[in-house]
Each structure stands twice: as structure tokens, then as C-alpha cells.
Design a protein around this ligand. Structure first.
Ligand code: ZN
Length: 682
């Protein structure tokens, strides 16, 4: 298994590509072509990696090894998202690269679009909405294409026939009733049995909950993240975990991850970072969740290093019960200049906590170790690729956050790509109430978006506390939405505070209005463009945004203050904010209630507020938004391609430099990844 990538390094060294000088440079924003591809509801962008040329040779080497470790986990996520994903990806890629195909036929082009969507979603379910894609190529075409492939191109198991393979896969692709949802959040259903995600096999929701309830000790002040790195299965009537580790589930991929982490360890920037990498390697080898917590604590404390990374089982959005983590990686380095902004926020964390509008008993007396920085992403992988968060706050374990703090990042080269590629697309002219709002957003939206992300990540998630004895998982399926709402509200509430101007974070006392207006326009209206007709809102960030905007709107109606309202003009609906100060007041009221729900683990109240405000869609408004949006031809979702890094080594195998290439296409990149980074399909 390891031979193939060892060979690759040797080949590179022999080719002598280390002789070129000055291989790292950053193109100017104005000369950079951000758009790579456009299909279905997606636009694929590329991102710059500014200042990579400032890294030392050792830092470049570290970045390279961490990037390789990142790419090796790609297959894990496909398998986690649905157990048929890897087989389907292999079949589609085999057809796509089959030179005998008529590439201009309608079926082939539909298959190409479907495959591109599979790459975006790391599987057959929409990355955001969670619904299974509807293929627009015929079943007959697909079967014929598969049958015409040579057997060595097919993902056949030992002794399996092509008929058996097709019998298994065809319904998964073509029958809308088979595995329709990746992560089902619909109240009342068995969320485990009705979700296509591969975190459970043969167990019901009740069995899964009983299994983990039995593990939990209510007196344990430092509980591990139960179930985080395993699949829960029922075999011969017995429920048990299959752990993701070297020698366990996903071993072939994790061995390669560990191989590159070992190399990274040897060129770590300092002892603290080396300890972080060592502990992560140990966790990958043992699967021990206590080791994972030790790793997380070391990682939080590493604030001195320039290069940083996440690599492993991290976020739990894909598990309907919110325990099991999907694999992801992001390799990055500190944006020194922009980080001064987040350092200002962090330095004042206690002031914000003290002045937040929540009940005193739910506040932290002492906010610990809220560190925040702005980073430049250098490699995205797993659940961070090709669709990418713009901010991350980790670790997720509540007790670690309380005792050791958390690390929070804003990924500014990604937001740059979003902003630059959106210039002149006509969106705000169509949906904003007047030229005033459009001008406000043109002037301050980018700046306040970045600031809101900082506040959300480094103050919002880190604020507040649970009352003693409250189970951190008490809100169950509503937990993610409530937590995201809490963090968003914290950011929104304080953005309108004079403290922002005082600290130099905003230029004047009306800039925040750009954020308020765009947030409400999005939460009450325009985010509906991402929902298919007739569907409700499932994804927890979208739920949280509608929850906030809709609650404040309803509150302002109930109070009769008309702080926020809908108005129509020429048959079109618009969001209007009449009184920004009153909006801030309502945001504070909601923050107090959301924090109370979180702090007390009030499941009934979480269910009530989410189901009332966050889930249901106004059909008439939804249709209108879709129709107006369609006239603009803007892709509602963006994905990214990574740059291509090539490392050079001298004849002794010593690293001599890194080069970066931004020109790789979208399909090219995925086909290369499937060829070079696919340990679970070989
Ligand atoms: Zn968040």
C-alpha cells in the first residue's frame, strides 16, 4: 500500500524539479481568474494563497506533508456519507473516462453533471440540502455503459458479477424512494433508520440512544465525545462499535494519513506542535477517545505556530443524533495582518461576556483562552472540500472549551474568493429594498461579514455556560441549530454596540446596518433560493438564520413596533428595516432565551422554537424568490478547487522547495485525487 506514494516522491526527486528558484508567488487579485466551472446549482471557484512565499523552507515542507495527510482522507467521507458512494463514484468515473463514449450525447452530458455533483457532495446526496440527486441520464444508458467496461475498471468484490453489482447500485441511483435523505431531521421519524448516512448499520434510533446513554456517567465532569470515531452496528443481535483507526474501520486510509503525519512531526515548528501531531497519530492508531481529548487540549494551546491544521473526525452535522463525526482536514497558516483584528476581539472577550444580554447565571465568570486568528487556507479536504466553511471554532467538547478555551479562525482567502467572484452579479439590486441598502452593503458588507464570522466563532461559541449537571447533548437533534443561533446572535447583537467603533473594528456607527440588512434579507427571504420547491428547511445553519430573522420579525409584529417588516412594490416582496436599534434589542431578547435553552438543556423549548420559526417555508414567498433568482443566473452554492503543490527533493531525499500551481480544472482535480488518493477503493 505504501509503495505507490513512496515511488511518487522518488520520481519527483529524480525529475530534478527542485532546481527552479522562486516557485512560490501570489497572483494579484485583479489578475486572478476565480471562476473554474459552473453546473447545476454550483459554481466552482479557485482561491489564492497569499503570502505563501513568506513561509520558511521548513514551514513549506510541513505544509506539504500536512496537505498530503489531508488528501489521503478523502475516501473516508464518501463512505461515511453513504455506504454506496465509493462504488458509485468509481463507476461514474470509469464511464466518464471511457474514451469510447460519445461525449456529446445528452445522456453522457447528464452523467457528467451528475458526477460533478457527486464530487461536490462527496456522495449522491446534496451537500447542503441532504436530498438524493435525481439523475437526468437514463437507466438503460447507465447499465449499457457499465456492461461495456472491462472488468478491471469495475468495483467488483471477489466473485461478484456485473449483474449483482448493477442490481445493488441501480436502485440507489435511480429509485427516489431508496435512501432519499442523507441526514434526516424530521421530527417524529426514526432519524437513524431514515438517514442514508453510514454511521449506523442495523440499529434503530432508540437502540443507538440507549447504547450511548448506558455509557454516559452523569458525574463525569470530563466526558469523552461518545461515539465520535465509530460506526454503531448490530451484528448477531448485539449492538457495538466499529472504531475508525489503524487496524480498524478505514485502516487503509488512516495508515496513509499517519504516514504523512509522521513526516510532518519531524519538521514541526516547535515542541508544542510536535506534541499535537504525535498525539493525533496516537489517536489514529488507538482510536482512544481520551487520547483525542488530550490531542484537542494540546492543539488549543498551540497558538504560537504559523502553520496549523485540522485532520480527522471533527464535526457532527452529518449524524442525525449529532455524535458521530465526519472526516475533514484543512491546512492553513496565519494571516498576520488580519489577525490583529481578532486579537482585539479576544483581548476584550471578558467585556463582551459581562455585557451580553443573557441571565447572569448562564454567563461565564471568567472567559478562558478565547484565541482567534485569521488564516489563509492552503489545502481543503474531506468535509471542508470542495464546499468550505469560512470560519471554524474547535474543539467541540464542551468541557474542554470551558477548561481550556477554543481556537477560532476566519478563513479570509476563501471569503475573498466569494466576494471577488460575486462582484456585479445583480443580486442586491434585485432583492434590496432601495439604493440605500444596496449602497450600504456595497460599502460595508464584506467587512461586516468577516467581523460577524470572527464574533460568531471566537466569542459566540465560546460564551455562556451550561448549568451543573446539564447533559451537553440534551437538545439532541435541535442542538446544532440552537448552538449556531447562539453564536450568530452573539455576533449580531454586539456588532451594533458602540464598542465596535471604539475598538476600531468598524469605521462608524452605521456600518453594522449592512450586516443587519443582509442578514434579515437572507434569513427571511433570499436563502430560500437554496431550497427546492415544496421542501422545508433542514440544514442547521439555514434553520438558525431563519429562526433569528423570523423570530425578530414576529416579535416586532407582536410588539407593534414595525422594526422589521415586509413591503411589496411592483408585485415584488422586500424586507425593510425601519429601526435598527429596535432590531438589536429584539436580537438581545432572543439571545437571552436561546442561551437559557442551551444552559438548562430545555429540550421542549428548543423543539418549540425551532419547529415554530426555523423549519417551515412560506410557499408563496419561496416561489417568488426562486422566480426572481432564476432571472439572475447566480449559482446558489460555491465549491473550490485546491491549488496543486509540488514538492522538490534533492538526491538525498531532502526537501528543497515547494511550487504552487493554480491552473488545475475541476474534473481534472477529482480524477487525479481518485487516482492518487483513494486508499479505500483499491
Ligand atoms: Zn458556528
Amino acid at each position: 500500500m505504501k509503495k505507490s506514494f513512496l515511488t511518487m516522491i522518488t520520481a519527483c526527486a529524480l525529475a530534478g524539479c527542485g532546481t527552479q528558484q522562486n516557485q512560490l508567488s501570489t497572483p494579484d487579485v485583479r489578475d486572478f481568474d476565480y471562476v473554474v466551472d459552473r453546473f447545476a446549482d454550483l459554481q466552482i471557484l479557485r482561491y489564492r494563497v497569499p503570502d505563501i512565499e513568506q513561509l520558511s523552507l521548513q514551514q513549506q515542507e510541513l505544509l506539504y506533508y500536512l496537505s498530503e495527510a489531508a488528501l489521503q482522507g478523502r475516501d473516508i467521507l464518501y463512505d461515511q456519507n453513504c455506504k454506496y458512494n465509493l462504488t458509485i463514484r468509481q463507476l461514474l468515473e470509469a464511464i466518464y473516462t471511457d474514451e469510447r463514449q460519445d461525449r456529446q450525447s445528452a445522456d453522457f452530458r447528464a452523467l457528467e453533471t451528475y458526477l460533478k455533483r457527486v464530487w461536490v457532495s462527496n456522495g449522491i446526496h446534496h451537500h447542503y440540502a441532504g436530498d438524493k440527486f435525481v439523475p437526468e441520464f437514463s437507466q438503460a444508458f447507465f447499465e449499457q455503459a457499465v456492461r461495456s467496461l472491462p472488468a478491471d475498471k469495475l468495483p467488483l468484490r471477489d466473485g461478484e458479477s456485473v449483474d449483482a453489482l448493477l442490481n445493488e447500485i441501480v436502485p440507489v441511483i435511480f429509485d427516489p424512494n431508496v435512501l432519499p435523505k442523507r441526514t434526516n431531521q424530521e421530527a417524529g421519524a426514526d432519524l437513524v433508520l431514515t438517514s442514508a448516512g453510514n454511521y449506523y448499520d442495523g440499529v434503530t434510533q432508540a437502540e443507538a440512544e440507549a447504547f450511548y446513554d448506558a455509557m454516559k456517567d452523569p458525574n463525569d465532569a470530563e466526558p469523552v465525545s461518545y461515539g465520535l470515531n465509530s460506526k454503531l452496528v448490530k451484528r448477531d443481535g448485539i449492538v457495538g462499535e466499529e472504531v475508525y483507526k489503524v487496524g480498524g474501520l478505514y485502516s487503509a486510509a488512516l495508515e496513509k494519513v499517519v504516514y504523512w503525519l509522521e513526516k510532518a512531526k519531524n519538521v514541526a515548528e516547535n515542541d508544542q506542535q510536535r506534541a499535537v501531531i504525535e498525539r493525533l497519530i496516537e489517536f489514529n492508531r488507538t482510536g482512544n477517545l481520551r487520547t483525542f481529548d488530550e490531542y484537542a487540549i494540546l492543539w488549543v494551546a498551540d497558538t504560537a505556530s504559523t502553520i496549523d491544521f485540522v485532520n480527522g473526525f471533527t464535526e457532527t452535522y452529518g449524524d442525525p443524533l449529532g455524535m458521530k463525526a465526519s472526516w475533514e482536514s484543512i491546512v492553513n497558516f496565519k494571516n498576520i495582518e488580519a489577525t490583529k483584528r481578532t486579537e482585539t476581539i479576544s483581548a476584550n472577550a471578558q467585556w463582551f461576556e459581562d455585557h451580553s444580554p443573557v441571565d447572569k447565571q448562564f454567563k461565564k465568570e471568567k472567559v478562558k483562552g478565547v484565541t482567534a486568528k485569521v488564516i489563509t487556507a492552503a489545502m481543503l479536504a474531506g468535509d471542508c472540500y470542495p464546499t468550505t466553511p469560512i470560519g471554524i471554532n474547535l474543539p467541540n467538547a464542551n468541557w474542554i472549551r470551558a477548561a481550556h478555551g477554543s481556537k477560532s479562525v476566519t478563513i479570509e482567502n476563501i471569503t475573498e474568493a466569494y466576494d471577488q467572484s460575486a462582484i456585479g452579479n445583480g443580486f442586491s439590486e434585485e432583492f434590496a429594498w432601495s439604493a440605500n441598502e444596496t449602497a450600504l452593503m456595497a460599502a460595508y458588507k464584506n467587512q461586516t461579514d468577516n467581523l460577524h464570522t470572527d464574533l460568531h466563532e471566537c466569542l459566540g461559541h465560546g460564551s455562556g455556560k451550561l448549568l451543573p449537571g446539564v447533559d451537553p447533548d440534551a437538545l439532541k437533534a435541535y442542538g446544532s441549530t440552537i448552538e449556531e443561533a447562539r453564536a450568530d446572535l452573539f455576533g449580531l447583537y454586539f456588532m451594533a454596540d458602540p464598542k465596535m467603533v471604539e475598538l476600531g473594528l468598524l469605521p462608524n456607527d452605521s456600518a453594522y446596518k449592512a450586516q443587519y440588512y443582509s442578514y434579515f434579507m437572507n434569513g427571511l427571504m433570499t436563502q430560500l433560493m437554496r431550497i427546492e420547491p415544496g421542501k422545508n428547511i433542514e440544514e442547521s445553519h439555514m434553520r438558525n438564520r431563519q429562526l433569528i430573522a423570523n423570530w425578530v420579525y414576529q416579535k416586532s409584529q407582536a410588539d407593534g413596533d414595525h422594526a422589521v417588516e415586509f413591503r411589496t412594490r411592483d408585485g415584488k416582496t422586500f424586507v425593510v428595516i425601519n429601526d435598527y436599534r429596535l432590531v438589536q434589542k429584539h436580537l438581545g431578547e432572543l439571545l437571552a432565551e436561546i442561551q437559557r435553552i442551551k444552559s438548562t438543556g430545555d429540550y421542549a423549548a428548543a423543539q418549540e422554537i425551532v419547529e415554530t420559526y426555523a423549519v417551515k417555508v412560506d410557499r408563496r414567498l419561496h416561489d417568488e424568490v426562486l422566480a426572481r433568482y432564476a432571472t439572475l443566473d447566480i449559482a446558489p452554492y460555491k465549491g473550490f478547487v485546491n491549488p496543486v503543490y509540488t514538492a522538490s527533493f534533492d538526491s538525498d531525499g531532502h526537501f528543497t522547495g515547494l511550487s504552487i500551481d493554480y491552473t488545475e480544472g475541476y474534473a481534472e482535480q477529482h480524477l487525479r485525487y481518485s487516482r492518487d488518493y483513494s486508499p479505500l477503493t483499491k
